[in-house]
Design a protein around this ligand. Structure first.
Ligand SMILES: Cc1cc2nc3c(=O)[nH]c(=O)nc-3n(C[C@H](O)[C@H](O)[C@H](O)COP(=O)(O)OP(=O)(O)OC[C@H]3O[C@@H](n4cnc5c(N)ncnc54)[C@H](O)[C@@H]3O)c2cc1C
Ligand code: FES
Length: 277
């Protein structure tokens, strides 16, 4: 029987610095059979290990349609992520997963999609953006607002132009005041304010909002003023996790185990949880 705690080995096939402290990694299962058996849904996460250092939880930020590899992107913040920062093409890492629930992309079909992301929150949105673009006929208009503190803090910048070239896709990039460079052609301002100024039509829309708490706090009233209901606004929580399997009790918000029932919640669901998430 498969040991649910045992990581599968993966070989890094690409590792690149996105910002001074954020790295993106592309990896493939060493065991071809494990790769063939593996599937996931966009929004799910994995638990990645740097051998000798420990495990860290990251969203799988590639599209579930990409069958030969998965991608993740992380910020260097502590022991494990500093060890992962050193990995390069050809190195081996561990992976457990996929875990958690996912974005209900089938329920979003026929609707306009609004993606609002701040900083390192782009990776968990990126998987849904690629999925929507690869199934373009199933969705309405797509609006992406992505902001970071400075131009140097934006991740996956090379992909923003590719997304913007898609039919019915509007991409708005922004940086906080003072974070612009002389050649910056995007907006200057915080994500919620830039989004409200953009006057995006809100009818028949769902929104996926991921970012620092302060961004979410100021974005919700904007969505409310636009008439988007809490059950149509989704986010992804990042409670600290250990097992990822609903067994250790590390990730709970009240009686809810975020690793099992989340990480994806609607704002309506979150309003029923205690505020310790
Ligand atoms: C479902 C989920 C998805 C995530 N996806 C991503 C992702 O795609 N990219 C990414 O960079 N990070 C993501 N995180 C956060 C990531 O797991 C932590 O930043 C990482 O585990 C820190 O490990 P460390 O050993 O390097 O740091 P530690 O030494 O454990 O901690 C260093 C610092 O990081 C903070 N930290 C630790 N864990 C978390 C956490 N879960 N959330 C926020 N801050 C934390 C600590 O408070 C501390 O300040 C996700 C977390 C969850 C639960
Ligand atoms: S991470 Fe162990 S119960 Fe959720």
């Amino acid at each position: 029987m498969r040991n649910i705690y045992r990581p599968e080995l993966m070989q890094v096939i690409d590792a690149r610095r996105q910002t001074p402290d954020v790295k993106s990694v592309r990896a493939r299962f060493l065991d071809p059979a494990a790769g063939r058996d593996f599937s996931f849904r966009v929004g799910q996460f994995g638990i990645f290990s740097a051998f000798g250092y420990g495990e860290s939880t990251f969203n799988i930020c590639s599209s579930s349609n990409w069958r030969d590899h998965i991608e993740f992107c992380f910020r260097k913040t502590g022991r494990v992520t500093e060890a992962l920062w050193e990995i390069d093409e050809g190195d081996t890492i561990g992976f457990r997963g996929p875990y958690g629930n996912w974005y209900p992309m089938e329920e979003w079909e026929g609707k306009n999609l609004i993606f609002l992301g701040g900083g390192i929150a782009m990776p968990p949105i990126r998987c849904a953006i690629w999925y929507a673009l690869e199934n373009r006929e199933r969705f309405g208009e797509i609006t992406i607002v992505y902001g970071a503190r400075t131009v140097a803090d934006l991740v996956y910048v090379d992909e923003l132009d590719k997304w913007a070239a898609g039919p019915g896709v509007r991409v708005i990039r922004c940086v906080d005041p003072g974070g612009e460079t002389p050649g910056w052609t995007g907006e200057i301002g915080f994500v919620p304010m830039v989004f409200e100024r953009a006057g995006v039509p809100a009818g028949n829309s769902v929104a996926l909002v991921i970012g620092p708490p302060v961004m979410i706090k100021y974005t919700l009233p904007v969505l409310d003023r636009m008439g988007i209901a809490p059950q149509d606004i989704y986010t992804s929580l990042e409670n600290r996790m250990k097992c990822g399997l609903g067994k250790c009790g590390r990730c709970n918000a009240g009686e809810c185990y975020v690793c099992k029932e989340g990480p994806v919640f609607t704002m309506e669901q979150l309003s029923r949880l205690p505020t310790d998430y």
